[in-house]
Each structure stands twice: as C-alpha cells, then as structure tokens.
Design a protein around this ligand. Structure first.
Ligand SMILES: C[S@@+](CC[C@H](N)C(=O)[O-])C[C@H]1O[C@@H](n2cnc3c(N)ncnc32)[C@H](O)[C@@H]1O
Length: 213
C-alpha cells in the first residue's frame, strides 16, 4: 500500500465509523463535494460534536463558519446538552443566509446566532465566556487570533482549530507561505504555553484540540 492509499483508506474508514446523518446534513456534504467547498467533513464533525458533549458546552463561538456544516455538529451538541447558543460567523452574507436555511431545517433556529463580518472582531465584540471556540478562518490569521480566543474561553473550556496539518505543509520548510507560517506560529504559541493542554488529532487535515487550564 502506498502512503497515498493509506491516507485515503484511513479517511474512508474513519468516515464509515460515523453514524448515519440527517438527510439535510448529507445534502450539505454533497454540496461541498460538488463545489469543492472546504467543510470539516463527517469524521471531524463527529469529533467536534463529541468534544462539545464532553465539556457540556452551552455556549460555543465558531470562527469561519461557511454555510453552517460545522455549526450543525456544534448545535446538535448544545441542543443535547440542554440548550444554549452557537455563534455562526462568516464575512460573506450569501453563506450566512444559506447557513440559516440549513440550520433552521435541522431544527437549530433557536440555538444559532448569526454574525456577518470578520470573525476575530466579532469575537472581541461578543460577551464571553465560551465553553468551546472553534477556529477555521483564513490560516494566516491563526496566530493573531489566539489572544482574543484566550480572553473569551473559560477555564476548562476547549479550543478546536482546523487544518493544523495543512496537508503536511507545516513540516515542509520550503513552504514559507503566509497561511503555512500562520498555522506554524499558532501551533508554536499554543503548544509552548503551559496554560493549554494540547493535542493535534490527525483526522482529515488535522484538528488541534486545546484544553484551557
Ligand atoms: C473553511 S471555510 C468554513 C467551513 C466550515 N467551518 C465548515 O466546516 O463547515 C471558512 C469560511 O470562513 C470565511 N472566513 C475566512 N476567514 C474569515 C474571517 N477572518 N472572518 C470571517 N470569515 C472568514 C471564508 O471565507 C470561508 O467561507
């Protein structure tokens, strides 16, 4: 088996382990495939849902929400945790309104709050604390977003950050693009700070899971 075979089989296997999703969520997955829109996908979605259940999250702030696929996993957890709020934040009006349609049909109208605008600024303008913050914004902004996240996440809360493997570009020293450097710098900061307990979970493109002491 080649390395490529291994990784694509691993992805397929992990996805098979995720229980069946509601038809609306499957429609969102198909849309991502057709349009090549980067969503977290089922295996990472399941991990996000699980983490949010494990910390009993009732308030979640999501940065870089697209058309609401990752939001749906968090909203389900908050609903099962007894209710609360999940902030959907994206700077594109069209994506925000598409998300509103999907998330309403999924039964999360009373949980999701919509903000159209830049996500770090939106977080700074929203009262904390949050139980869980998810970051999936443009990668060059990852390191600069960390102070705002730290200020709004409760002690005992969880930060989840997507794409921290970046298809392996993070360890390729020839890659000095702004996005790769942004992920590397974020990773260096969070793993070097004793205020966080951190693991990088190599599902799909890598999810950094950081527990705030
Ligand atoms: C990778 S996609 C989000 C996918 C979504 N988290 C999911 O898995 O379903 C990131 C989205 O956030 C938007 N975005 C990127 N940086 C942002 C920022 N700083 N503020 C607001 N939106 C941002 C992008 O335009 C894109 O629509």
């Amino acid at each position: 088996m080649t390395q490529d075979d291994f990784w694509s089989r691993l992805d397929a296997y992990l996805e098979e382990l995720v229980p069946a999703r509601p038809p609306e969520l499957v429609t969102m997955e198909e849309y991502a495939r057709e349009r090549h829109f980067p969503i977290i996908g089922p295996a990472a979605g399941q991990l996000c849902y699980q983490l949010a259940r494990m910390v009993g999250a009732r308030r979640i702030f999501e940065m870089g929400s697209g058309y609401g696929y990752s939001t749906a996993w968090f909203a389900r957890a908050v609903q099962e945790n007894g209710g609360g709020e999940v902030y959907h934040v994206v700077w594109d009006e069209e994506l925000s309104s598409r998300a509103r349609g999907h998330l309403t049909r999924l039964g999360f109208a009373d949980i999701v709050r919509y903000r159209v605008g830049e996500a770090v600024g939106a977080l700074e303008q929203t009262d904390g604390p949050f139980d869980l913050i998810f970051n999936d914004i443009d990668k060059e902004a990852y390191a600069a977003a960390l102070p705002a996240i730290t200020a709004k996440l409760r002690s005992g809360g969880v930060l989840v950050v997507d794409n921290t493997l970046w298809s392996g570009r993070v360890w390729d020293e020839r890659d000095q693009s702004a996005s790769t450097r942004g992920i590397r710098e974020f990773t260096r900061l969070v793993t070097g700070d004793p205020g966080w307990i951190v693991s990088l979970v190599p599902i799909r493109d890598g999810l950094t899971v950081a527990y705030r002491r």
